[in-house]
Design a binder for this molecule. Sequence first.
Ligand SMILES: Nc1nc2c(ncn2[C@@H]2O[C@H](COP(=O)(O)OP(=O)(O)OP(=O)(O)O)[C@@H](O)[C@H]2O)c(=O)[nH]1
Length: 297
Amino acid sequence: MTATHTPIDPELSDFVDRLDAAVEAHMEWSRRLLRCAVLRVSPGDDVLSAEAHRLCRFGRWFQSAYAQFEALDADAAAAIAHEHEAMHAAVRAICDAVLKGQPGSAEALDTFERTQRAFIDQLAHVKTLALATAVRHDALTGLPMRYGIERDFALCRADALRHGERLWVLMLDIDHFKAVNDRYGHPAGDAVLVHFAQALRKQLRKSEPLYRFGGEEFLVLLRTADAAQALRAAERLRAALARSPATLPDGRSLTVSFTAGLAPVGAEEELSTAVARADAALYRGKQAGRDRVVLAE
Ligand SMILES: Nc1nc2c(ncn2[C@@H]2O[C@H](COP(=O)(O)OP(=O)(O)OP(=O)(O)O)[C@@H](O)[C@H]2O)c(=O)[nH]1
């Protein structure tokens, strides 16, 4: 088994760059305000507009990327919208007064400083979330990776118990995957991995999470009443893969099989020991000729 390749997702990179740019641009505001107050010059018509929070570069991008913000943290997205608008309103009030030859109000200045700080803090929070989510997800298959499985595992184990079911760890490893790369090239290997992940995901229920555990190794948390049902579920995955070939970049089709180890999870058992038992069963399956599901001892 080898480490997962995770190229930097260009979409994430753009998202983070724009967040950084927004922080920088909005830190600049203090300097611009001071300039406006001291020199009594207009900061620009766009800034004085009642719609300034929608017209500024961040505002325009924020509207188009709002769904992304919401998916990461809906409360933070709402707070950013609110702080950003309030900050622009405070800037406008201060500049309006100064341009009329009056002093800006201390209240507006306090609001500006408070909302600017809150806005920048929220952007930093969203950046941390975006990076953490990207680290958890495999850029190739889109599946979550092994980091953080422990928490999901504990929740699934407790939920299965509550419903009178048992949790099973199913470790799957694509057979002869190195030969796929060697014979058809690395991009073809990547296409097989993507197809494999999608084909499995299609067969699984929402309550059965699927992870990319390593290079060509995947982990599923199954929930069934007994061993026979768990084995049937695993065999169903094997049959689905057998009738669903992957399309390679050159248009050719390729069917791959997998070997799997299936281990029941004890009521108090940790993920690591269940994975170790499933892995041992998987190893026996490879030794016995591959393309099979083996129940852990
Ligand atoms: N294309 C591609 N290959 C990968 C990726 N991650 C791991 N691999 C390859 O997966 C292969 C795994 O090979 P092995 O561990 O020898 O296993 P195998 O050939 O599948 O043999 P068995 O498991 O014994 O059936 C290695 O050649 C890795 O380079 C990936 O993200 N993309």
